[in-house]
Design a protein around this ligand. Structure first.
Ligand SMILES: [Fe+2]
Length: 228
């Protein structure tokens, strides 16, 4: 695989993702899912393989700023207070600044990390961007991150995975133009309906033994191994 200039080395990405998963108690399966959804959408949108690699790094590192958020906030079982939420929100800027300090200069990566919590109506954070001013990759990722949160294991949710997907899809559709970019929701839902995303949800569930995410990604291999 050709190494892209401007992107961090695969082993650095792998180490950072490992740190993040430990700190915010997320799973390697979560990292894989968001990476694979992002790649699936980007492929559908006709992006080339170089752009796919950039998006893979961006998706894997999207929450990297959480490394600097106190564990008491990240791992709090209940609802965050207003002050705690304000601190949590800074993970977007902290992640962006950390990558800049590390020498990352890829616009796609920096933009996704900074803007993945912007909302289409401008009520998101950190920069309150609206509509098409939000970078495309970040608009994709807002949809993906929400869908993943609504279909993954949480202490308060009985139904996960495919069972929770219909409800999650309805939520995405009800958030069109407020939270989410209309074209992105339309593409995501249509891909889900045609069965192009279900395998990710099914085979990369939080209970599955999945390989650690590696920066030099072999998506086809991972998919084949898991599907057996
Ligand atoms: Fe985030």
């Amino acid at each position: 695989m050709r190494t892209l200039t401007g992107l961090l080395a695969p082993e650095v990405i792998q180490a950072m993702v490992g740190l993040l998963e430990a700190k915010d108690m997320s799973t390697a399966a979560h990292t894989w899912r968001v990476v694979l959804y992002t790649r699936a959408l980007a492929e559908k949108a006709g992006l080339n393989s170089e752009e796919l690699e950039r998006l893979t790094v961006a998706a894997a590192l999207h929450d990297i700023g959480k490394i600097e958020i106190p564990s008491a906030i990240l791992q709090k079982p209940g609802k965050l207070t207003e002050d705690e939420f304000e601190i949590m929100k800074t993970h977007t800027i902290l992640g962006h600044d950390r990558l800049l300090r590390m020498g990352e200069d890829d616009r796609v990566v920096l933009d996704l990390v900074r803007h993945h919590h912007e909302r289409f109506d401008g009520l998101g954070y950190p920069d309150r961007l609206t509509g098409d001013r939000i970078p495309v990759a970040a608009r994709y990722f807002a949809v993906i991150d929400s869908f993943d949160a609504m279909t993954s294991i949480r202490p308060y949710r009985k139904e996960t995975g495919v069972g929770a997907a219909e409800k999650a899809i309805a939520e995405l559709e009800s958030g069109i133009r407020t939270r989410y970019c209309p074209g992105t929701v339309e593409m995501f839902v249509s891909m889900y309906r045609t069965g192009e995303l279900g395998w990710i949800l099914e085979y990369f569930n939080d209970n599955a033994a999945v390989p650690k995410f590696s920066g030099g990604i072999d998506v086809a291999g991972a998919r084949k191994n898991l599907k057996g």
